[in-house]
Design a protein around this ligand. Structure first.
Ligand SMILES: Nc1ncnc2c1ncn2[C@@H]1O[C@H](COP(=O)(O)OP(=O)(O)OP(=O)(O)O)[C@@H](O)[C@H]1O
Length: 262
């Protein structure tokens, strides 16, 4: 079976700076790949290239057999719905003037108002939000509720791939754990495929089956989550693992196996 997403030799540059320098990985349907690394390593640049917020300098981004890396916008437009992004800051990414119901319904074109409202209600229910939320604006929601609205909106186009860029990093630990649980449940129910980007190895342990570790624009290590966490081969990964174990930097869910291995 060919992977849902295949990224080959991806290069992203900003002027003279090569933020992503020849990155390759694949993601199988229904699984989660995590990209981990410290701030500035190029994680978001990979994510932004996949959803074409930036156009890669070179390389291939093959989704469902189609290379979208440098596809012209007109051809790309109908395919954009296949990859959706959940951002770190749902407050910044949700229109403050719209109700949650309208925000979620926004990507649903070609439906009557009543059908859009019905679908928005279904999506809000899918992310375990009570019906009354549909009438509220982002400022009237908690951080966790806003992130659920962001997830519901991303799911509105029935994407093949959900790119979560530090999607739980701004949330308190307990709220973060519940959003991770929701993503895991949605994956089991809907067969979703995730690319999960985080600086925190402890968090990705909860959600990913495979990990890619990035440093300074390149991949330094990759493998199954269990292998990379149990016996990291690169000193940089060991440092990330130590940071994930450090209670002062640990912002994710308690990494049970890691604590046991210490
Ligand atoms: N729009 C941009 N213009 C110029 N340089 C950029 C731009 N976006 C990112 N960079 C630079 O590219 C490099 C990689 O940044 P990127 O945001 O991809 O890393 P990251 O690992 O996601 O870090 P963070 O978690 O802090 O966002 C950094 O040196 C950053 O300063």
């Amino acid at each position: 079976m060919s992977p849902l997403l295949s990224v080959e030799d991806l290069v992203v540059s900003y002027g003279g700076l090569r933020a992503v320098d020849g990155v390759s990985f694949t993601v199988d349907e229904g699984t989660t790949l995590a990209i981990v690394g410290e701030s500035g390593c190029g994680k978001s640049s990979v994510a932004n290239a996949l959803v074409r917020l930036v156009t890669p300098e070179s390389g291939r981004v093959v989704l469902d057999g189609v290379d979208i890396a440098r596809m012209p916008e007109r051809t790309l437009r109908p395919l954009r719905r296949k990859i959706q992004m959940v951002f770190q800051d749902p407050y910044g990414s949700l229109d403050p003037h719209l109700t949650a119901g309208r925000i979620v319904a926004e990507p649903l074109s070609g439906l009557s108002r009543a059908a859009r409202d019905k679908e928005a209600a279904r999506l809000l229910d899918l992310v375990r939000l009570p019906a009354g939320i549909a009438e509220r604006r982002p400022a009237e929601l908690s951080g966790g509720q806003r992130q659920r609205v962001g997830i519901a909106r991303a799911l509105a186009t029935s994407p093949r791939l959900l790119v979560c860029d530090e999607a739980t990093s701004a949330l308190d630990v307990s709220v973060q754990a519940r959003v991770l649980e929701l993503l895991t449940e949605l994956q089991a129910e809907q067969g979703l495929t995730y690319l999960f980007i985080s600086h925190n190895l402890g968090v990705v342990r909860e959600i990913s089956s495979r990990i890619v570790v990035m440093r300074a624009g390149v991949i330094v290590e990759s493998g199954t989550t269990a292998d990379v966490l149990a016996s990291p081969t690169h000193e940089y990964t060991r440092r990330l693992r130590r940071a994930a174990l450090d209670p002062t930097t640990m912002r994710g869910v308690k990494p049970r196996e890691l604590v046991a291995q210490r």
